[in-house]
Design a protein around this ligand. Structure first.
Ligand SMILES: Nc1ncnc2c1ncn2[C@@H]1O[C@H](COP(=O)(O)OP(=O)(O)OP(=O)(O)O)[C@@H](O)[C@H]1O
Ligand SMILES: [Mg+2]
Length: 532
């Protein structure tokens, strides 16, 4: 159980949230929604106790399982499965049991005897913590989240960001804590895992807050919705399921619009009245007060308007290039003895659209990294064609310089831009004047996505390699980006689970991994997208 009383959240001069009071008790299944940058991540981080609120109190009555939006760095040498098991303190016992087992086979009699005495005590501890049943419970969870044995045996440091997040999610679900705080848990999951997580949360006994842009997940799991309204800095609490919430919210918005119109009318009347009274010396003070009140009313309205904008996007015309700007032949990649894919050939023509499909672990991200030149293939070659300018969008925003500011990141991508051009790009990707000087690492998930996309399109790229570009985006920004992608004249190679994104791309071809077969796009592939 978490109790929040009068909580205020501020970053710099901006108030994200004022005076929020609520509880997360057992049986509360809360969906936390709001546009990109509204403060959802900041709020959950605060509830988890990782940062302090700038006002109010938060009381945590139980242990909390918190899944952050960005995978955090911890001890990277820990094996993935041990990380999961550590949630119930099983990892240490298991390690000690393995040690003792080894020593029991020792030639040295003293070592052997000591180990034999130790072993039963260790096993008792192991059993008390749930023992073999718990271990297999953990294995069920990891399997359902698409983590195979190969991944589980690797140290965390060798895993991709997406795999690390799945490990963290598995750890939290395995921990058996009462309260969960999940920040966009479906981002790196395939369709099967998402369905499994949905059922898991539906049947969850404790309480949770889940941040998600995945409407199906919200509809299936939540019984309360908290809408963090970025315009007003308030948390609107709806004690109802998703569909009823949508209707109620629509009604509320309509009421607010009406109130806004009324306020405008009233302010107008006040101003007109004040204008008349100003002439009379006896009424001058009253007139001043009326003007102040009217301005205050209108000031509030102005803020709401400004914040309601959504990026109006058009990707710039790409730099000219030859007929086939990118070719790859005979690509293969293996991790250790495990072959990921082999014999992949690919030719990307100017302006063509290709979707890469394949199940989790089939190497989609790896292939994009190889095409982008970030990783080397084991065999084969990537050949840049005439005039190639690559724009690579990585799932974890790896392409951003996190210590540099928003503007510096843009300048880095396109050093020739004039100040006016930089401002215009920032504006069209919805960054305000204040945002420009923020270091990239404080940006919200959706803001990072927008910035990463902005940097690649301003560089004049003529081949975009996009790895799950719609994760993190709120529905309005997602629609804008997909619209811009539709009219973009360059070539696009995309990896995504988002079937709406594929529809918007109107791909001509599909590349299937791990086999590397290529085919013309047809509608039967559309069904595979969300499954892949
Ligand atoms: N240290 C900081 N300095 C300045 N601004 C900050 C800082 N930390 C966060 N912000 C800003 O606070 C806002 C809220 O960020 P937060 O990550 O909580 O949003 P969010 O609702 O989770 O968004 P998303 O849907 O994109 O994940 C963002 O505009 C972010 O840029
Ligand atoms: Mg967030």
């Amino acid at each position: 159980m978490i109790t929040a009383h009068g909580v205020e959240l501020r970053v710099g001069a901006r108030v994200l949230l004022s005076e929020a009071t609520f509880r997360v008790a057992s049986g509360d299944r809360i969906g936390l929604v709001g546009r990109n940058g509204a403060g959802k991540t900041t709020l959950t981080k605060t509830l988890a106790g990782e940062t302090q609120p700038t006002g109010g109190q938060i009381v945590r009555g139980t242990d909390i399982g918190y899944l952050p939006q960005d995978p955090r760095t911890g001890d990277l040498d820990v094996l993935a499965m041990d990380r999961v098991l550590s949630a119930r303190g099983l990892d240490k016992v298991i390690t000690k049991m393995r040690e003792a087992e080894g020593e029991m086979a020792s030639a040295d009699e003293a070592t052997q005897t000591a180990a034999m005495e130790r072993y039963p005590k260790l096993e008792a501890r192991f059993l008390a913590a749930g023992g073999y049943a718990a271990e297999s419970e953990a294995q069920i969870i990891t399997a359902n989240l698409g983590l195979d044995d190969r991944v589980l045996a690797q140290p965390l440091g060798t895993l991709s960001g997406g795999q690390r997040r799945r490990i963290e999610l598995a750890r939290i679900l395995f921990s058996g804590v009462e309260t969960l705080l999940l920040d966009e848990p479906t981002n790196h999951l395939d369709a099967d895992s998402i369905i499994w997580l949905r059922d898991y949360l539906k049947a969850y006994n404790g309480g949770f807050i889940v941040i998600s842009h995945d409407v199906d997940l919200l509809r299936a799991t939540v019984n309360k919705v908290f809408h963090l309204d970025a315009n007003r800095g308030e948390l609107d609490q709806y004690n109802m399921g998703w569909d009823t919430y949508l209707e109620q919210r629509e009604t509320d918005e309509r009421r607010r619009r009406r109130e806004r119109a009324n306020a405008e009318k009233k302010a107008g009347t006040l101003l007109a009245q004040a204008e008349k009274m100003r002439a009379k010396a006896t009424k001058a003070t009253a007139a001043q007060n009326m003007i102040k009140r009217a301005e205050k009313m209108l000031g509030g309205l102005e803020n709401e308007r400004a914040a309601d904008r959504v990026a109006k996007l058009r990707f710039p015309t790409p730099a000219p290039c030859g007929r086939t700007p990118l070719t790859a032949s005979g690509l293969s990649k293996a991790y250790g003895s495990q072959e990921v894919f082999a014999g992949v050939d690919l030719a990307i023509d100017r302006g063509s659209r290709v979707v890469i499909l394949g199940f989790n672990g089939a190497g989609k991200t790896t292939l994009l990294r190889i095409l982008a030149g970030v990783e080397a293939p084991d065999t084969g070659e990537v050949e840049p064609g005439h005039g190639l300018k690559l724009g690579y969008y990585a799932q974890e925003h790896d392409t951003l310089d996190m210590d540099a500011t928003v503007v510096e990141n843009l300048r880095h991508a396109a050093p020739d831009l004039t100040d006016t051009q930089v401002r215009s790009v920032l504006g069209s990707f919805l960054f305000s004047g204040d945002d420009a000087e923020k270091p990239a690492n404080v940006l919200s998930g959706g803001e990072k996505t927008r910035l990463a996309l902005a940097t690649i399109v301003v560089s004049g790229a003529n081949v975009l390699l996009l790895d799950e570009p719609t994760n993190n985006l709120d529905p309005a920004s997602r629609a804008e980006i997909l619209g811009a992608l539709k009219t973009y004249e360059g070539a696009v190679v995309m990896v995504t689970h988002d079937d709406g994104a594929v529809e918007a791309l109107e791909p001509e071809r599909v590349l299937l991994l791990p086999d590397g077969d290529e085919d013309l796009w047809n509608d039967s592939y559309q069904e595979l997208v969300s499954l892949a």
